[in-house]
Design a protein around this ligand. Structure first.
Ligand code: DX5
Ligand code: ZN
Length: 233
């Protein structure tokens, strides 16, 4: 089966109502989200704390599609099993989270889950050069991790470089942070296929009135798709 490199929108629940995650996940999926991006933060690797594997297990029944778990934690290895058991489909670790990223990715894949590696804005694309056969996803941070609603940091050159390094390997390039209808086109053009968006999706809607979520998802997807090479606007 050919690898699906079509544009995918992955709303980040960091921008959702923390008191109503189940309903929020159901709402964004009903409104067209392709993946649900789950931001795990430990207050050590990043200056913020969100939630752990128990929360992932709690929202799992409300996520029919892909649960894309972004671990902004260090160390990673002691928690991989718990997030796999909680039902994550993709488990992404930061290359900066410790000295043994290769072993971490081995451990993620050993659980049967897909493995992702994330790069902070200051981290070079070359840092994953020896990991391309260990990952199913490369997450390019376009903000310094820890918070939603931050200003986009352009990583076009890094995305282009990664897209060239990947070649025809079945690896997604995910962009995470500050994605809007304004910033999505350049990232799609550079070679990204998964766009994480928190504040740009959850603004102007609610689980009770999710139509705004759908409008936001469609607008970001369209902005990205019309920017793709060879697409007629
Ligand atoms: C930041 C997280 C991002 C963030 C995206 O550390 O990894 O996923 O929630 O939120 P926005 O789209 O609002 O920048
Ligand atoms: Zn994230």
């Amino acid at each position: 089966m050919s690898f699906d490199r079509a544009i995918k929108i992955a709303p980040s629940i960091l921008a959702a109502d923390f008191a109503d995650f189940g309903a929020e996940c159901r709402a964004i999926e009903a409104q067209g989200a392709d993946w649900v991006h789950v931001d795990v933060m430990d207050g050590h690797f990043v200056p913020n704390i969100t939630f752990g594997p128990q929360m992932c297990a709690a929202i799992r029944p409300h996520v029919r599609k892909v649960m894309d778990v972004h671990l902004m934690i260090a160390p990673v290895d002691p928690y991989i099993e718990a997030f796999a058991k909680a039902g994550a489909d993709i488990i992404t670790a930061h290359v900066e989270a410790g000295p043994h990223i290769h072993r971490t990715l081995q451990a993620i894949r050993a659980t049967g889950k897909k493995a992702g590696v994330a790069l902070n804005p200051g981290t070079n694309a070359d840092s994953v050069a020896h990991l391309l056969d260990m990952v199913d996803l490369i997450c390019v941070m376009t903000v310094n991790p820890g918070f939603g609603g931050q200003k986009f940091i352009d990583m076009t050159d890094k995305v282009r470089q990664l897209r060239a390094m990947i070649g025809d390997r079945p690896i997604h390039i995910e962009i995470d942070g500050g994605i809007t209808t304004q910033t999505a086109p350049a990232m799609a053009r550079a070679g990204a296929d998964v766009l994480v968006a928190g504040s740009a999706v959850f603004k102007g809607g609610s689980a009770a009135e999710p139509a705004g979520y759908g409008e936001n998802i469609r607008a970001i997807r369209l902005a990205a798709e019309v920017a793709l090479p060879g697409r007629v606007a």
